[in-house]
Write a protein that binds this ligand. Structure first.
Ligand code: E4P
Length: 215
């Protein structure tokens, strides 16, 4: 499973990239607003900080405007993916962008049928928001499992990005469900490395090594 960072923070992206596990980045208007930076200068820096795909979200709602904005975003760098909401207008735009060879990520997805429609119009990626479903009493990961089943049934190449991830268990479940990608915060990514028994094990080995006669 590929690991994406869900952020617009260039320092975090650079750090995760150094760890050697980063396959791409997803941003959204909320992440961008948190940086306080101007997107015109921020987006190229994000695209340079990682080799893999970088999702940049359109803030337009009509197909014509989304297509125009999508072309503009795609021109920023070769690894840009245009993030488009799963609406009628959004999916019309996805179909047009796909025909121009522009990659898309269909976002704010909460149902398997929305994901089916995204695949039908040629979306490169679809992003089910699992944590937001969990928050309203639904099992978000069931959505991922259903999308996986539908895409496998019909051989759709659209890749599933598990999004709105809240903790490491979401990452584990995403991998077990056969998701292609899981996008997460730096906090969650960092937690994947940690286990108390690893710390205790290292400490014990280092303590015992001190008893070994040194030349
Ligand atoms: C995914 O691409 C979105 O950016 C993100 O995961 C949104 O989720 P959240 O705002 O609920 O964390």
């Amino acid at each position: 499973m590929k690991i994406f960072l869900d952020t617009a923070d260039v320092e975090q992206i650079t750090q995760a990239n150094r760890w050697g596990v980063l396959d791409g980045v997803t941003t959204n208007p909320t992440h961008v607003s948190r940086t306080g930076a101007d997107p015109h200068s921020l987006y190229p820096r994000i695209c340079q900080a990682v080799k893999g795909p970088v999702s940049l979200e359109t803030i337009f709602l009509t197909a014509d405007q989304i297509v125009e904005d999508g072309r503009r975003l795609a021109a920023i760098a070769g690894n840009v993916v245009v993030k488009v909401p799963v609406t009628r207008e959004g999916l019309m735009a996805v179909k047009r962008l796909a025909s121009e060879g522009i990659k898309t990520n269909v976002t704010v997805t909460f149902s398997p049928l929305q994901a089916l429609l995204a695949a039908k119009v040629g979306a490169t990626y679809v992003s089910p928001f699992v944590g937001r479903l969990d928050a309203v009493g639904h099992t978000g990961m069931d959505l991922v499992r259903q999308i996986r089943q539908i895409y496998t049934n019909y051989g759709y190449p659209t890749e599933i990005i598990v999004a709105a991830v809240r903790h490491p268990l979401h990452v584990l479940e995403a991998a077990l469900a056969g998701a292609d990608i899981c996008t997460m915060s730096m906090d969650v990514l960092s937690q994947l490395y940690d286990h108390p028994l690893t710390d205790i094990g290292i400490e014990l080995f280092l303590k015992d090594w001190k008893k070994v006669p040194q030349p």
